[in-house]
Structures are given as C-alpha cells and as structure tokens.
Design a protein around this ligand. Structure first.
Ligand SMILES: Cc1ncc(COP(=O)(O)O)c(C=O)c1O
Length: 384
C-alpha cells in the first residue's frame, strides 16, 4: 500500500511535533509553559455559547444552505461594510466555511491548475504552501525581511512573476511575524496584481488583533481589487472560537460560483448550531473582543520589554496578531535545536520557524508569560 506521490512533499506540521513532545513531558510530570499555541487562551464569550446551545435546543441541527444560514451571511456582509468598506451581496458573494483554513483550501482548489504558481510572502502560515502542494500548484516563497519590518518589497515579488504566476497571498496582520502591512504596501501589491492579472487571497484572520494605533486595511477595498480578491476571515482568533471551526470568505459572484462547488463536495456546510453562535458573535456585544485585545497588548509590551534585553537574539516588535518573531542566528544553534534546548532548560515550548527564527505566542496568562521570560533569560544566559 502506498500513499499518493503528492504526499512526499506534504510534511506533518512542525508545531504539532512540539505540542506532542510538550504533552509527553507533561504526562511524565514536567511543568511546561506553552508558547507554541496559535489560539487565544480565553473562553468563547458566553452570549455566543448560549446562542449555539439555544440553536441545538430548538432543533437547528440539520444541514444548512451550502452558503451558510442567511442570518449569518447578512451579519458577515454588514461586518465587511462597516469594518472594511466592502460591499458584498450576502445571497451569492459570501460563504460560511469550516474555519479560515477551508477558505484557503477552497480558493486554491477552485482557482489554480496544477503547475500554477502562487506568490507567498515568507515566513508564512504553513497552510498556504501546503494547500498549494495538495493541489499540485507551485508555492513560490518571497522573502520578507526584518529590516523592512517584514513588509513586502515590490522587486522581490515582481522578479518572481512568470507566465505561470496566478495568485498572490496576503496575510495582514501577519502570522508569524506580527507585521501589519501599510496602506502604501497594499496599494503597490494591488497594482502588481492588476498589472499581472493575479488572484489575491487576503487572509485577514488577525484583523482584530492589532496594536499601537495601527489600522487594518483590506486590499479588496482598492479600485479594481474586489473582483480578483478572495477575502478570508473567521471567528477563531477574534472571538476565541478555534474549536468551533467557523470562518467565512467573500468575493465576486463569478469566483464564488466556483468556490461554492468545491465547498459543496468538501464539507457541504459549516456546523448548523455553530453558525447561530457566530450570528451572536457578530451582532452582540464586542466588549469581550476589546478586553482580550487590551490583555494581549499588556502581555506583548511586557514580553518585548523582557526579550530585547536577552542576549544573542533579535526581536521584532509586533504590530498585530499574538506572536513574537525572534531571530536566533547569533546563538549559533539551529532553531530546531534551540527549541529542544528551551524545552529542556526553560520548560517552555516554542516553535522553530525556518533555520534561524523561533515564534513565541503570548496566548497564555500574564503570570505564566512572566515565568517563561525568567526561564528563557536564564537559559539564554547559559548559552552566551
Ligand atoms: C494566518 C492564519 N490563517 C488562518 C488560520 C486558521 O484559522 P481557522 O481556525 O479559522 O481555520 C490561522 C491559524 O493559526 C492563521 O494563523
């Protein structure tokens, strides 16, 4: 028995390996502080849970429209208008998906042929390259550099465009660096996309996790962009709903007509009662979202303040998301080895990213993060 050939290039997620190793150690009685996790550590706000529970009680447990329930699509269209200045017809330009992850998959599956090239600013959320691999498209990684605040530099993109280039991925606020692309950068990327007739997949899942007065800007709102852009978003990060598996996307009627056919066969629809919870998430109080934002910011400031004083590492001060991206090259140890060292010496789980970087998440309590910083400072001191 043999797996399909495409599986040769699809690895097991690196982050999962770390989680499994940390869990193994915890089972043996070790106390590990988790900084590898890409999910908010807060509970889903109660009014959202209550709406989903009510939906179950009322028997709303059946398949929904493939596009998602009308109430939710209307709320999503209203959200796009209010937050992003984007007008979509909720009847056929919005799809409720099983997480933003499904939105990424649908977009690539419906728009790319085998051999088509996808420009992916890198470092990047691993799902983009692996989704491209799954459908036998070609991920083309375009380097983002710390000296440019991890914002795209146009020549790095234009020099990689070929006759096969068909899609550009944008993710702002950005995982793993915490960069937030400026409006100027997005305008330049939009011009490039129009000139080269590219689809744009704009992953805006960290839209609500933004600090220091930076503003989120949707590339689809620029002239000529809405018809070529699929804007992907979701409830995982904004409303602490990772386990609900609920996201959404919007685009032109023409592109949605393709994406919905993949969605019909891949998942049919998102979970019915979860969708009712999501209606409450968008229509109800946003106080919990604001409170969470304040707490993330408090942690971010403390962590950056501590990390910049540690030896041998270079820290990028994040403007968004809930990660801190650190260059560890000067320590003379691969990022993978360093992660094992930090697990051994500091009892903290962090993620290696490429050969020279690690990513720390601050989705953990302030107290745990303070302890993690104490442990990490002591462990790095031993190395230098
Ligand atoms: C950039 C980015 N996009 C999408 C996702 C996945 O979101 P969802 O839980 O909605 O599938 C993540 C999760 O970590 C992410 O970091």
């Amino acid at each position: 028995m043999k797996l399909a050939k495409r599986m040769d290039i699809i690895p097991f997620q690196r982050i999962r390996k770390i989680v499994e190793e940390a869990t193994r150690r915890e089972k043996q009685g070790e106390n590990i502080i988790h900084l590898e996790i890409g999910r908010p550590d807060f509970d889903t706000p109660s009014h959202i849970k209550e709406a989903a529970i009510k939906a179950i009680s009322q028997g709303k447990v059946h398949y929904t429209s493939n596009y998602g329930i009308t109430e939710l699509r209307n709320e999503i269209a209203a959200k796009f208008k209010q937050d992003n200045g984007l007008v979509y017809d909720s009847s056929d330009e919005v799809i409720v998906t099983v997480g933003a992850t499904e939105g990424i998959f649908l977009s690539m599956m419906a728009l790319l042929d085998p051999g088509d090239e996808v420009l992916i600013p890198n470092p990047s959320f691993p799902c983009y390259a692996q989704c491209a691999n799954m459908i036998e498209a070609v991920p083309v990684l375009v380097p983002l550099k710390q000296e440019n605040d991890f914002e795209p530099v146009m020549e790095d993109f234009t020099s990689r465009i070929t006759s096969k280039t068909k899609m550009l991925i944008i993710n702002t606020p950005h995982n793993p660096t915490g960069a937030v692309y400026s409006e100027e950068t997005l305008k330049a990327l939009a011009q490039m996309a129009i000139k080269n007739n590219l689809f744009v997949l704009s992953d805006e899942i960290y839209e609500k996790n933004i600090y220091d007065g930076y503003r989120h800007f949707s590339i689809a709102s620029l002239p000529g962009m809405q018809e070529r852009t699929i804007t992907v978003n979701g409830f995982s990060k904004s409303h602490c709903m990772t386990g609900w598996r609920l996201g959404y996307l919007a685009s032109s009627r023409e592109l949605i007509a393709g994406l919905i056919r993949i969605h019909q066969y891949a998942t049919v629809c998102a979970t019915s009662f979860a969708q009712y919870g999501a209606v409450a998430a968008l229509s109800g109080s946003q106080k919990a979202v604001e409170e969470m934002g304040k707490e993330f910011n408090r942690r971010r400031i403390m962590m950056v303040d501590r990390l910049v004083k540690m030896p041998g590492i270079s820290v990028f001060k994040p403007k968004g998301a809930f990660y801190i991206f650190i260059n560890v090259e000067k320590l003379g140890m691969s990022s993978q080895k360093l992660c094992t060292y930090l697990l051994d010496e500091a009892s903290i789980a962090v993620v290696p990213w490429g050969d020279n970087h690690i990513r720390l998440s601050y989705a953990n309590s302030y107290e745990n993060l303070e302890k993690a910083m104490d442990n990490m400072a002591a462990a790095l001191k031993k190395l230098t």
